[in-house]
Design a protein around this ligand. Structure first.
Ligand code: CP
Length: 355
């Protein structure tokens, strides 16, 4: 594996499997021995900058906790409090901002999606513009296309519940709801599920297609693993034999109109589709599946309380795993400690715990 120091993390698809596996191994060790001195000085006195164009609970809290637990500090920045150049206002360029931030910090996280971008893909483009000019790693904290830290936390949680995922059946289904959600979490879930060898069923009402490039990548990942990929518009079919059920609302491809995110229009459109809630009756059709969701959960719409809070719900484990995978990504990409040395420490920690 190449050293990950300095690498951007914008989508899991751009990292090799051994690199993703290194993140998971280190994250498991960091979870097993959370406050070990092996980890608590990896970013001592270092600063991680976080730009949040959109609100967040888990991402902000888990990155702040991650920086603290690695011995450093995470600085919260709201772009509205800065003087950045936009299409409508004069101000500082991305080039200047990125170059200056690189002098202060060891990493830069950015969240930008939904109503903060004028068209689908603009958020991802902005991250890549920062990555082009910054000399420190840029970490995607959810843009309009991808949410790689969520994807890694998902995989870590699914493996904790089910062991090896190869050949297991993954259902990703559209869910009812009034939150007009972006595509980033569900697209990342398709990518990681297919990369890790699962058979993938994607279920949604007609008119809710996801990004064709992500669908092509998912098909390619499944093919490379000898796994199946299927799309259905039947709300029930995918539950049969599923090992993992992921239900989540997402917006249609028409969400952006004339440079504006039409949230209200999307909420009204989604109301027309009923029968897309994950229920205990549907979970009974599965092969004792776990329920997964990146949170926040729209209870009563995407999923019933009974399932979301039931004995096969992995949602809190996965929310916790955001902390551990982000610590691992930060350590591997931002710390001065050699990656192989860190992975040796991880192996020793996990072997010690197994004895
Ligand atoms: N899953 C996730 O990213 O949660 P937040 O939007 O609360 O950060």
């Amino acid at each position: 594996m190449q050293q990950l120091k300095g690498r951007d993390f914008i989508v899991t698809q751009e990292w090799d499997m051994d690199e993703l596996r290194a993140v998971l191994d280190l994250a498991r060790a960091m979870k097993a021995d959370r406050f070990s001195s092996s980890w608590t000085r990896l970013l001592e006195f270092r600063t991680f900058l976080m730009f949040f164009y959109n609100p967040s609970v888990r991402t902000r809290q888990s990155f702040e906790a991650a920086a603290t637990e690695l011995g450093g500090h995470a600085q919260f920045l709201e772009p509205k409090a800065m003087r950045l150049k936009t299409a409508k206002t004069a101000g500082e360029t991305v080039e200047d901002a990125a170059k200056v931030m690189s002098r202060y910090a060891v990493g830069l996280g950015i969240r930008i999606l939904e109503d903060k971008v004028p068209y689908y893909g603009a958020g991802d483009e902005l991250l890549r513009e920062y990555a082009k000019w910054a000399t420190i790693p840029v970490i995607n904290m959810a843009d309009d296309k991808f949410h790689p830290c969520q994807g890694m936390a998902d995989i870590m949680g699914w493996e904790e519940w089910l062991g090896d995922l190869k050949g297991k059946n993954f259902l990703l289904t559209w869910g009812q709801g009034a939150l007009a959600r972006s595509w980033c979490s569900v697209q990342e879930a398709l990518l990681v599920a297919s990369r890790f060898g699962m058979n993938v069923t994607l279920a949604y009402p007609e008119g809710y297609d996801l990004d064709p490039e992500v669908i092509r990548w998912t098909e390619g990942n499944c093919k490379a693993n000898g796994a199946e990929f299927k799309i259905t518009h039947d709300p029930e079919e995918g539950y049969h034999g599923a090992h993992i059920v992921y239900s989540r609302n997402w917006v249609s491809p028409d969400a952006y109109k004339d440079g504006v995110f039409d949230k209200q229009g999307e909420i009204e459109k989604a109301r027309k589709y009923t029968g897309w809630t994950t229920t205990a009756e549907r979970m009974a059709l599965t092969d004792n599946a776990i329920f997964t969701h990146p949170m926040p959960v729209d209870r009563g719409s995407e999923v019933t309380d009974e399932v979301a809070s039931g004995p096969r719900s992995a949602i809190y484990d996965i929310a916790e795993n955001r902390l551990h995978v982000q610590k691992a990504v930060m350590a591997l990409t931002m710390s001065d400690v050699d990656n192989e040395y860190l992975l040796d420490l991880a192996r020793q920690t996990l072997e010690g715990k197994a004895e």
